[in-house]
Design a binder for this molecule. Structure first.
Ligand SMILES: Cc1ncc(COP(=O)(O)O)c(C=O)c1O
Length: 349
């Protein structure tokens, strides 16, 4: 039987959900692609600033209902930052201690937000080390390792309402092409792409799912070869997406196509989007939009009309010192000019 504390914790999360609003679906009309509409599901407007707000809520409910999280349990998570910000918010809501295990290069703004919500940050050198360090801390502190990379795909209820895919299809219902030809998403845990892919199948929609993958990530090779021992010795430079190992939450069979996106193309596209939206987006949104633009160009060439949906994962305000700092970009990502030219070329009618 549930303890009173667990019952109260679950009602706290449900009440918080009831006070929340859904995120917007923004339409981009690009004159280069007549008859093709592009949409961005704007996940930056959640209270903790990213799509990970949904996941954090689901992971806490999953942990509480499984009996893994109890009064006073220290919550530990391996993260590139966004999930940790959202989990710190929910940990504070429930009065639980929270420790984020992250690579030392994580954006400063995310670190500040975790600390703002009362969380502690534990740094490791590279993305490859976050898993073992989290397990060790959980053992030493008798805490609960949330493990988003394993549980993201199963903590989310992909079948029915309340998930991001259901929200996208409902918000598309009055659009000229309400059933998207494509939904494009990048993978960090792979949880969001799993939710979208399963939902599409469950509802019987004729929508295809493309997963875009940055440099130094093993997801695309895994999708092609199904070798789950694949490893990359270098972490992804696009925060939040691309992993050095095959994550259990990445479900390859629900993905129709994958595309490798160079890091410089992701950053160039994120910066280009600022001119379209009037505000900055994170680099993973650039990766997503790069994929969406390639598909729009392909559909246009084939004389097709239709719609493409992708995600605005988080705001660029978190990355002013990195993706929006020309010096940092030059040193860490390289020359954006060829990719800026490529975007221009795509958009010439
Ligand atoms: C900014 C950002 N974009 C995209 C993703 C990928 O989402 P998912 O973990 O559902 O694959 C993440 C995940 O951490 C993220 O932080």
């Amino acid at each position: 039987m549930n303890s009173t504390w667990v019952k109260n914790a679950i009602s706290e999360i449900n009440a918080d959900y009831q006070r929340s609003a859904d995120t917007h679906l923004i339409r981009l009309s690009l004159s280069a692609f007549p008859g093709i509409q592009l949409y961005l599901k704007d996940e930056s407007t959640h209270p903790t600033g990213s799509l990970k707000h949904r996941l954090a809520r689901s992971l806490f409910l999953y942990g509480l209902c499984n009996g893994w999280i109890k009064e006073g349990t220290t919550i530990i998570e391996a993260s590139s930052g966004s999930t940790a910000v959202s989990e710190a918010y929910f940990a504070r809501l429930l009065g639980l201690p929270f420790i984020a295990v992250m690579p030392s290069c994580t954006a400063k703004r995310k670190i500040e937000q975790i600390e703002f919500y009362g969380g502690r940050c534990h740094f490791v050198q590279s993305a490859c080390e976050i898993y073992a360090a989290s397990e060790t801390l959980a053992r030493e502190l008798n805490g609960h390792y949330m493990d988003q990379f394993t549980f993201a795909e199963r903590a989310t209820d992909w079948r029915g309402n309340n998930n991001i895919a259901d929200s996208i299809f409902r918000q598309m219902s009055h659009e000229p092409n309400p059933i998207p030809d494509w939904i494009v998403m990048s993978a960090g845990t792979g949880g969001t792409s799993a939710t979208i892919g399963r939902y599409i199948r469950c509802q019987g929609h004729n929508t295809q799912l493309m997963v875009v993958d940055p440099q130094n990530s093993v997801f695309m090779d895994y999708w092609q070869r199904r070798d789950d021992n694949l490893r990359s010795s270098v972490g992804s430079k696009i925060e939040g997406i691309g992993r050095p190992r095959v994550e259990p939450s990445f479900i390859p069979d629900v993905v129709d196509d994958m595309l490798r996106v160079p890091d410089a193309a992701s950053v160039a596209t994120a910066q280009w989007l600022e001119g379209q939206l009037g505000r900055k987006v994170g680099a993973s949104t650039g990766t997503n939009m790069w994929g969406a633009l390639q598909l729009a160009a392909r559909m246009h060439k084939e004389g097709r009309s239709g719609s493409i949906v992708t995600l605005l994962c988080d705001s660029g305000e978190r990355y002013l010192e990195t993706y929006y700092n020309a010096e940092w970009v030059k040193e860490n990502i390289g020359d954006l000019a060829p990719w800026q030219a490529e975007i221009e070329r795509l958009l010439v009618r």
